[in-house]
Design a protein around this ligand. Sequence first.
Ligand SMILES: Nc1ncnc2c1ncn2[C@@H]1O[C@H](COP(=O)(O)OP(=O)(O)O)[C@@H](O)[C@H]1O
Ligand SMILES: [Mg+2]
Length: 407
Amino acid sequence: MPADDGFDREPDPLFESVEPSGGDRIFERRELVTIDHLPTEDRIVGRDEQIRMIAGEIGPAVSGAPPNSVMIYGKTGSGKSLVAKHVVQRSEREATRRGNALATGYANCSQAKGNSDTLQQLGEQITPADSSVTFPERGISENEYFNRLWTVLDEQYDAAVFILDEIDRLKNDDILMILSRAAESGSVSTPIGVIAISNKINYREQMSERTKSSFGHTEYVFDPYDATQLREILANRTDAFKNGTLEDGVIPRAAALGAKEHGDARKAMRLLRYAGDYAKNNGADTVREEHLLEVRASAEAERLRDLVSGLPSHSRHVLNGLAALTKQNEERQWFRTTQIIDAYERVCRKEGVDTLTKDRVRQLLKELAFLEVTENRSNHGGKGTGSYKEHRLMWDAETVSRMHSRS
Ligand SMILES: Nc1ncnc2c1ncn2[C@@H]1O[C@H](COP(=O)(O)OP(=O)(O)O)[C@@H](O)[C@H]1O
Ligand SMILES: [Mg+2]
């Protein structure tokens, strides 16, 4: 490239939205409206009681005494992860203040690749850098992960609190059971409390009797927010934006959209952030209500992507096949398993990947139904035909395709 000192030139419109400070003209602190950001206490709306109750259950851990384990249920965006992390963060501070060593760990089971991966993440978080115990990503058994966890806990800590988020995404409840009963079974002397979180209230039915008895008396259900609460949640983050860049109607509208199916703070927050990004990327001076409408479809796609994250890639091929069928047959919604398998195989050919067995595809379909991406029903055919299963996409087929085109 020829040397060019760049002076005496017109500003390049390509970089128009970049301010001299390196920031942008819309956001002041964009991180405040990201989902994983843990807000300060004064920004949390309407969960005082839940925070107090959960603190009450795990509370003894701050003094090194045995905490209770708790189960939190609630739909997406009802503040489950936030409340759990908030309480654990405060318990850790309080333990330190009291001179006790409290181990804390967080694992999102929807992102983990199974039990071992979950244990590996927890182990790594509580292991001091100079420890002789290590948690390699592979090469040791589930059992060995537990043994190492016990060693670290016994050597370094007075008590432990672990958050297992989206626990329903693990194939079984072994971790839940072993962690919550570890002290009692004599595997470790450090008392452990578990905060387990599930988006599905029927997860209870999947729990073994023994696990249920550990969590039986300490379950909390988080109700969805109403539009007023959502508005307040968003209003408490307006300092994410530069002064005067957020037009008045945006927050009420984002809150109303977030309240549409069930009061979902995650959806509302995401809409607000996307609208800001849209304004920024399109050179607008302010974020306006109409920007929310522009980004609605991508926010939906993102929500679906959350749901299917962590599924094997072939689940996406199955989903893609079903979306293609749905788009090709507008008058129909329900498709037989065999039709979906054919559509799936077409997707695989197009992607140039080998197909899985039909049985395996049936399993993947079951998993998609469990996540409420699809639903199924059994049909009892007429004379001579056996019964068969049919499946339907519970999401807009366009949203499914859009999700795939971006990932
Ligand atoms: N009561 C609340 N006050 C303030 N922000 C909240 C509240 N509930 C949820 N949020 C925010 O909404 C988003 C989704 O919340 P999250 O805890 O992840 O929900 P869940 O785990 O139930 O799906 C996060 O960005 C979180 O900070
Ligand atoms: Mg969550």
